[in-house]
Ligand binder design. Structure first.
Ligand code: G3P
Length: 232
């Protein structure tokens, strides 16, 4: 499962890229607003850091969304155009996908909706696991069912587990067979954490320092070679 960041914050994305662990970014109007930047400017900046950057259409009517989708796709080759899972959104997606534009169909909450997204040639479908959990449904069950239906039907659309809220969601999405999991920066940071890693690294460094303290002092003007040190 590829790991994406669900944020529009430049510094967070830069950190994830420098750690070498992320393959893309998902944004939405809420996240762009949080970053406090103009949509086009911020998406272009993010595309300068990484590929696979989802940027969302905000038009409501099919024809407007087609125009907007073309405009967003022209911002940068790394852009994936996001459309909502509505009749207008999917109508626009069909045309845009036919023009070779990569489409991420967002706000998916069921297997049937995911089948609709696949029918219009979406590159990605985004089931929102956390928001299903919020209404007392099993979000990761829906992700697993979409993966299973797509496999049985030999559908190529990628399943992106979205609305991930914690590290357990990440594990569950991977075990469910999701192609991509997108998560807030805080969750990505938590994936590194394990008490045994921290304790082990602390001990290795302490022991290394002890070997340095045990090194023989070099006679003035003469560096101690490793061979000389072992003879002593
Ligand atoms: O990837 C979709 C995401 O931005 C929604 O997450 O936590 O607002 O449900 P959330």
């Amino acid at each position: 499962m590829k790991l994406f960041l669900d944020t529009a914050e430049y510094d967070e994305i830069k950190a994830g890229v420098e750690w070498g662990v992320i393959d893309g970014v998902t944004t939405n109007p809420t996240l762009i607003a949080k970053a406090g930047q103009d949509h086009e400017t911020q998406v272009k900046r993010i595309c300068g850091l990484i590929g696979n950057v989802s940027a969302e259409c905000v038009s409501e009517k099919r024809d407007d969304m087609i125009v907007e989708g073309r405009r967003i796709a022209a911002w940068h080759k790394n852009v994936i155009v996001k459309v909502p899972l509505t009749p207008d959104g999917l109508g626009a997606a069909k045309i845009l996908a036919g023009e070779g534009i990569r489409i991420n169909v967002t706000l998916c909450f069921s297997v049937n909706q995911a089948l609709l997204a696949a029918a219009v040639g979406a590159y990605i479908v985004s089931p929102f696991a956390g928001r299903l959990d919020d209404i007392n449904e099993d979000g990761m069950r829906v992700v697993a069912d979409i993966v299973s239906a797509y496999r049985q039907q030999e559908i190529k659309t990628k399943v992106l587990a979205a609305s991930i809220r914690n590290p357990m969601h990440v594990t569950q999405a991977a075990l469910a067979g999701a192609d991509i999991g997108t998560m807030p920066f805080a969750v990505l940071k938590m994936l590194f954490n394990h008490p045994l890693t921290e304790a082990g690294q602390k001990k290795f460094l302490e022991d290394y320092r002890k070997t340095q303290e045990a090194r023989p002092a070099a006679p003035a003007g003469k560096p101690v070679t490793p061979e000389a040190a072992t003879k002593r």
